[in-house]
Design a protein around this ligand. Structure first.
Ligand code: AMP
Ligand code: MG
Length: 307
């Protein structure tokens, strides 16, 4: 078998996916995860060009498969899929969503981008605004940022915590939020929602390059925000809160995947592969018609033929 068969025909080797899925009982350190393409010695041996070529093949195959399996998800109408994207700025959330979902029927898919909460949002419990946007059965719901911001940006900037009684901001505040998130996700899982969570792991160096590109290319200027630059100044704090959140909330029912994000082709291939294979592993089926319904169809056919 040629060496470059590190990925099976239309899937990335399960072994590698297992490496980037965070196990509930393990404590991870983000610095142990490669942000580039050279994840394992196998990859290094094969070389960047070959890995990239295979990643693009894997992506194309998955996009075709995803179109089919989404149709089945919709027809089956029992499960929904919630996909959470979290990352530092310029890690590629928007581009990944755009590419991976390009073959998906828009009727069965919704994307919600969560920005700073409104006054109305802040007047409710922190999960309220997200609950209102959950996918219906048969559909895929994408959260571009999510309730995780409430244990990420808010943990880095605790002054954002508003309207809470002082007594509620005690020592175990963040632990309680992780617990609430786990309970919320468990509840969804028990009710037929499949949950996938992707942390797009970009390096500080690559973020700088992408910010520079936004400054240098006029058609990308609109993407640049000085607020993003300010958040970059808190890079280490962000890595700490991401690590804490991922360690506290990667569960069997809602696992985190740490996706290398310095190369867009790697990010997209992995995300597409995980989404597609997760849906393919469900016991989805087209609804079966009852005897009576089949008889009705036969009658309808006769009526049309007799016209
Ligand atoms: P962007 O996704 O780049 O348009 O930026 C959205 C901004 O909204 C980011 O700076 C987030 O950190 C911020 N944001 C999202 N959710 C929350 C939240 N729950 N609390 C405070 N800020 C948030
Ligand atoms: Mg931004």
């Amino acid at each position: 078998m040629p060496r470059y068969h590190l990925m099976e025909t239309n899937m990335i080797k399960q072994k590698y996916i297992e490496l980037i899925r965070v196990k509930p009982d393990k404590k991870i350190h983000l610095k142990d995860y490669d942000t580039g393409w050279a994840q394992t010695d196998d990859f290094k041996e094969v070389g960047k060009d070959k890995v990239k070529e295979r990643a693009n093949e894997v992506l194309q195959q998955n996009l075709t498969d995803l179109t089919q399996v989404q149709q089945l998800l919709y027809a089956d109408d029992r499960y929904s899929l919630l996909i959470v994207f979290q990352a530092m700025d310029a890690a590629g959330k928007d581009g990944t969503i755009k590419h991976v979902m390009s073959g998906v029927n828009p009727q069965g898919c919704q994307v919600f981008s969560f920005k700073k909460p409104s006054d109305e949002d802040l007047d409710h419990n922190f999960l309220w605004r997200y609950m209102k946007s959950l996918p219906e059965r048969g559909r895929i719901g994408i959260f571009n940022r999510s309730y995780y911001e409430d244990v990420l940006v808010v943990k880095v900037h605790p002054e954002l915590l508003k309207n809470l009684p002082d007594g509620k901001k005690g020592k175990s505040f963040w632990e309680n939020r992780y617990e609430d998130i786990n309970a919320f996700e468990h509840h969804l899982h028990r009710n037929g929602t499949v949950i996938l969570k992707f942390f797009l792991n970009v390096s500080k160096k690559e973020q700088k390059e992408r910010f520079m590109e936004r400054l240098e290319r006029p058609e990308k200027n609109w993407k640049f925000s000085t607020a993003d630059l300010a958040e970059r100044g808190h890079w280490n704090d962000y890595m700490d809160v991401y690590e804490d959140a991922i360690n506290a909330t990667s569960t069997d029912w809602a696992p985190w995947y740490i996706i290398p994000a310095d190369n867009k082709w790697a990010t997209r291939a992995l995300v597409a592969d995980i989404i597609t294979s997760t849906l393919q592993d469900l016991d989805l089926k087209f609804p079966e018609l009852t005897e009576t319904q089949l008889k009705v169809l036969a009658e309808a056919r006769k009526t049309l033929e007799a016209e």
